[in-house]
Each structure stands twice: as structure tokens, then as C-alpha cells.
Design a protein around this ligand. Sequence first.
Ligand SMILES: NC(=O)c1ccc[n+]([C@@H]2O[C@H](COP(=O)([O-])OP(=O)(O)OC[C@H]3O[C@@H](n4cnc5c(N)ncnc54)[C@H](O)[C@@H]3O)[C@@H](O)[C@H]2O)c1
Length: 282
Amino acid sequence: MEIKTIGIAGAGMMGHGIALAAALAGYEIIMYDQTDAILAVAQNAMENQTAKLIDKKVTTAEEGMSAMLRIQAVTAVDNLSQADLIIESIIESLEAKTRLFEVLDKVCKDETLFASNTSSFSITTLAAATQRPAQFVGMHFFLPPVIMKLVEVTRGYYTSNETVTQIKAVVQQLGKNSVEVKKDTPGFIANRIYTPLFLEAFKVYEEGVASKEDIDMTMKLAYGLPIGPFALADLIGLDILKAGLDYFHNELGPRWKPPLVMKQLVQAGRLGKKVGKGWYDY
Ligand SMILES: NC(=O)c1ccc[n+]([C@@H]2O[C@H](COP(=O)([O-])OP(=O)(O)OC[C@H]3O[C@@H](n4cnc5c(N)ncnc54)[C@H](O)[C@@H]3O)[C@@H](O)[C@H]2O)c1
């Protein structure tokens, strides 16, 4: 089956970024979220990102304009019925994702492929909410999806070789590189390796060894990272990061326990850059 139309479920920070990246690559997009107000925010963010890409001469004004016209924003899940591929990118809640996939399984065509952009949950568990586990795969993008060049493609227990091949071709069409995660394990590759670095950075700060500014500067200047762990945590969203840590803690053991200070920031609504305050003020 040729993939022409991609349905994006969830138009948040990742969802609208993936929608724009896929529209710029020539796909027709149906972008679904719960309210018109959320979709309006997404539309505005995509317009700003497109203007920046045009400014930087990454794309032309005509290409940017026609990409935006290829994105249809909808609030009814039934409108995803014509998609050849669904990329789910709603909140990081196993319950919410499972419930949505149960509905999508009924709404979508039998041949439609399903992908989840979950940062941490088991692809096999999510696929079990559907009658199409062979057509179900993990597609983990990085922030901001329009810019970042990597997608982790994760096999669930039943994912077919054909599905993996088709999804890798989509990633290539998006102008990105895919890496294959052969076993469905928490955190896949990138988050499994980077999360201990977050935890250690937060611990060094909690112990009073150094300020968060100095820890961020150390990791940038000593190791050439483009951004330090505190600034990156704010960019990702502390709620998203904490949901991932809770899951890792449950699946992989006590050394992955989210630190108290992080729990307190989330409780205080300091969710990161998206709300103007997290580890830092913006
Ligand atoms: N933030 C990151 O850096 C990052 C990176 C890679 C993957 N992810 C993953 O991408 C997903 C989305 O993260 P985000 O940062 O875009 O979050 P976000 O909070 O910005 O967006 C989530 C969106 O999902 C919508 N939503 C919630 N429940 C829904 C439902 N039942 N149906 C339709 N829409 C629904 C919300 O209205 C919101 O617009 C998560 O699974 C997250 O783990 C995030």
C-alpha cells in the first residue's frame, strides 16, 4: 500500500511538528485533537515554524504555503478514517493511548498502519489494544520534529518486517534517518541512555554540588552537547519526562526513581518552557 495520507492524533508540541514535517515532505495530513482552541494554537505554531524555515531558506515560501494547505485540522476522530498511516502523539498516558487505539482500530481501514510516538511505553502493550499488532510500530521523533533528523523505529512483539520496511521508507521521505530498535524495551535507545544522565544531573544539583546553570554549562562545554540537561528537561516538558521516569522506575527498578525535586516542580505546575517556567524561568 502506498502511504499518501497521514493521520496525526494529538496536535501538541510533537504532533503539530510531525504534521508540519510530513506536510513539507508532500504527505496529505489529517491532524486530530480534542478542541478547536488546541488546533488553533497548533496552527499558529506551525505558521511560525514555517516562517522561520522560509527565513533560513530551508524551504521556499511556495513550498511552505502548500505544505500548510495540505494539513486538515479536525476534532472528530472519525475523520482519521481515510489515513494510510496514523502517527499517535497524544499525552504520555498509557490509559489514554490504549483507549484511543481501541477507537482508531474500529475507525480506520484494515490496511492502515499504526505508529505511536510514545517516549517510553511498550509498543507491544499499545498494539494489544488493536486487532492489527503486525501493522503496529513505534515511531519515536525528537523535539523539534521539523528539525531533528532521527526517528527510532521500534518493533513490537508482532510487528511484521513489511511494516518496518514501509515505516523506514516514510522516515526517509521525511528526510530523516531511522534506527531500528529490535526489542521493545523501555526508553528504546536514546532515552534509555540519556535518562541516567538527567537523573545524575538532578542529583548533583539536589546535593548542592553545583548550580543548574553550571551543570548545564559543564555538559555543553565539556562534552559538546548542544544543550544542558536542565534546559533540555524544560524543553521536553517536566510532566512528559516524569511520566517516562515513573514508567522506567516501574519497569527497570529503583535506580530510575524520579527525584523529589522534580515531582515538586510538576506539582507546582512548573512544566517547562511550554508554560514559561520549569527548572528555569522564561
Ligand atoms: N516532548 C518531547 O520532547 C517528546 C519527544 C518525543 C516523543 N514525545 C511523546 O509525544 C507525545 C506527545 O507529547 P507532547 O510533548 O507533544 O505533549 P503535549 O502535551 O504538547 O501534547 C499532547 C496533545 O495531546 C492531546 N490529547 C490528549 N488526549 C487526547 C486524546 N484522547 N485524543 C486526542 N488528543 C489528545 C492534547 O490535547 C495535546 O494537544 C507523548 O507520548 C510524548 O511522550 C515527546
